[in-house]
Write a protein that binds this ligand. Structure first.
Ligand code: 5CA
Ligand code: ZN
Length: 409
C-alpha cells in the first residue's frame, strides 16, 4: 500500500537529546539510544470509519517520537499497518450494504488525507493485512508445527502458555486479561480452548466471508495480532525500539503480538519499549467507532479549521493522559496558533536559542508537550512585549516548532 507524502522536517542547529519514554512493560522510563537507524512500529487503523481525534492524538504521539529521533540526526525506519480485513470492518460493510474492499479503500484514503493535513510523518512501509497474508501463513504453520498453536474446529489458536514471558507487556491479572479479551475481540468462553486467553491465529473460512489460501492451514483469514507481528518482523526484525498504539491495545493486542514474536524467534523482548497513548473521550466516554461519539479530523477540516490548530489542540495534552475533547480545547488552540503566528511574523525578536533547548528538553522528557507549548508561549509573550532585536529568531522559532512539533506557522 502507498502511504502519504512527507512534509519536510527542517534541520535545527545543534543536536537533540535521547528520548526518555514510559515503557508499559517495565512500568518505568527507559532511555532509548538507538543506532543510526531507529525502528518503530505503530499499529494502524481499522478503516471502517473516518479518523477521529482519538486516532489523531495517538498518531501525534508517535510522530513526536520520530521528530525527537530525527533531531538527534538519526534516521527513522517506521512501519504501520492497515487492518483492512477484520470483523468490525466486515460487520460495518454488511450494515451499510457496501463492499468491504471499497469501504476499506475509501476510509484509508481519507486517513491519508488527514495524516497529510496534520503533517504526520508517513511510514516507509504502509502494509495492509490482506497484502501481508502470504507472509502470515508460514508463521502460523511454524507455530503450529512447533506445538505453540493448535487446531479447534478448523481454526488455529496460539497457546499463550508456550511463551514463558506471556503477561510481561501488560502485567495485568488473569482476571483482567480475561475480561479485556472478551471485550476486545477475543473469545475466552469458547469451549475446547487450552487456555481461555488463547487468541486466534487463523480463522477457517466462514460462509459469506472473504477467505484466502492458507496452504496447510486451509482457506481462511488471519487473526489480528499475527497480522502486526508478521509485518513488524518482516520489515523491522526483533528488538526494534518502539511498539506503539493507544492504551486500549496494551491487552490483548500488544501482549499477544509480543508473545507470538517471542515464541517464533526465541528472542526477547520484541520491542525495547511498549509505548501507549491515553484515550481521548467525548462527553465522558472513550471516543470510539463502535460507540459513535466521534469528532472527525476530516469534518473539522471541511468546516475550515486550520489543521495546525487541530495539531496544537492534540499537543496541549500529555500523550499518556486520558483527556476529553471539547470545543474549548480547539478554541484555545486556534487562539494560541494566532498568537504564535503573529509573533513569528515580525522581522526580529528575542533570541530563540534557549527556546530550542527548552523544546528539546521537554520532548525528550517523555514527550512533555504542555511544557513545550508553554515555552513557546513565553517566547511569544516576550515578543509581543517588544523585547529583542535578533533577526534570526522568528525564523528559528518557526523551524523549531515545525521540526519538533509538526506545526507549520
Ligand atoms: N487496526 C488496529 C490496530 S492493529 C486498531 O486498533 N485500529 S483502530 O482504528 O481501532 O485504532 C487505531 C489507533 O487509534 C490505535 O492505536 C488505537 O489505540 C487508537 N485509538 C482508538 N481510539 C482512541 C481514542 N479514543 N483515543 C486515543 N487513541 C485511540
Ligand atoms: Zn496492531
Amino acid at each position: 500500500m502507498h502511504a502519504w507524502p512527507a512534509s519536510e522536517v527542517p534541520a535545527l542547529p545543534g543536536k537533540g537529546r535521547d528520548l526518555r519514554i514510559h515503557d508499559t512493560a517495565t512500568g518505568g522510563r527507559v532511555t532509548l539510544a538507538p543506532g543510526p537507524v531507529a525502528r518503530i512500529y505503530v499499529c494502524g487503523i481499522t478503516p471502517y470509519d473516518a479518523t477521529h481525534m482519538g486516532h489523531a492524538a495517538t498518531y501525534n504521539a508517535f510522530d513526536l517520537v520520530q521528530r525527537v529521533w530525527l533531531d538527534t540526526k538519526r534516521q527513522v525506519h517506521y512501519v504501520q499497518n492497515v487492518t483492512d480485513v477484520d470483523d468490525p470492518l466486515l460487520e460495518r460493510a454488511i450494515r451499510d450494504g457496501i463492499d468491504w474492499v471499497g469501504l476499506a479503500e475509501r476510509e484509508t484514503a481519507l486517513f491519508r488525507e488527514d495524516m497529510t493535513a496534520l503533517r504526520m510523518l508517513p511510514p516507509q512501509h504502509y502494509i495492509g493485512a490482506v497484502e501481508a497474508i502470504p507472509g502470515i501463513v508460514p508463521l502460523v504453520e511454524r507455530l503450529r508445527d512447533s506445538g505453540a498453536a493448535y487446531e479447534l474446529e478448523g481454526d488455529i489458536y496460539f497457546s499463550v502458555d508456550a511463551d514463558p514471558h506471556f503477561g510481561q507487556v501488560s502485567n495485568y491479572t488473569t482476571e483482567l486479561m480475561r475480561h479485556l479479551s472478551a471485550e476486545r475481540g477475543g473469545d475466552p468462553d469458547r469451549p475446547g480452548k487450552k487456555n481461555p486467553l488463547d487468541p486466534m491465529l487463523w480463522m477457517a473460512a466462514r460462509e459469506g466471508e472473504p477467505s484466502w489460501d492458507g496452504a496447510s492451514l486451509g482457506p481462511g483469514r488471519p487473526g489480528w495480532h499475527i497480522e502486526c507481528v508478521a509485518i513488524a518482523l518482516d520489515h523491522l526484525g526483533m528488538g526494534f525500539d518502539v511498539q506503539g498504539g493507544g492504551s486500549d491495545l496494551i491487552f490483548p493486542h500488544h501482549e499477544m503480538g509480543a508473545s507470538h514474536a517471542q515464541t517464533l524467534t526465541g528472542e526477547f523482548p520484541m520491542a525495547k519499549a511498549y509505548v501507549h497513548a491515553g484515550m481521548v473521550a467525548l462527553d465522558g466516554e472513550k471516543m470510539s467507532k463502535s460507540r459513535g461519539n466521534l469528532v472527525f479530523v476530516s469534518k473539522l477540516r471541511r468546516d475550515g479549521v486550520d489543521p495546525a490548530a487541530i495539531r496544537l489542540a492534540l499537543l496541549s495534552h500529555r500523550y499518556r493522559d486520558d483527556w476529553e475533547w471539547t470545543d474549548q480545547v480547539l478554541q484555545d488552540a486556534v487562539e494560541r496558533l494566532g498568537r504564535w503566528r503573529a509573533a513569528v511574523s515580525r522581522p526580529d525578536g528575542p533570541s530563540a536559542d534557549a527556546l530550542v533547548e527548552e523544546l528539546r528538553e521537554a520532548l525528550s522528557d517523555d514527550l512533555d508537550t504542555p511544557t513545550a507549548l508553554a515555552a513557546v508561549d513565553r517566547w511569544a509573550a516576550l515578543q509581543t512585549a517588544g523585547g529583542g532585536t535578533d533577526d534570526s529568531a522568528p525564523g528559528l522559532v518557526s523551524r523549531a516548532v515545525d521540526a519538533l512539533l509538526g506545526v507549520a506557522l
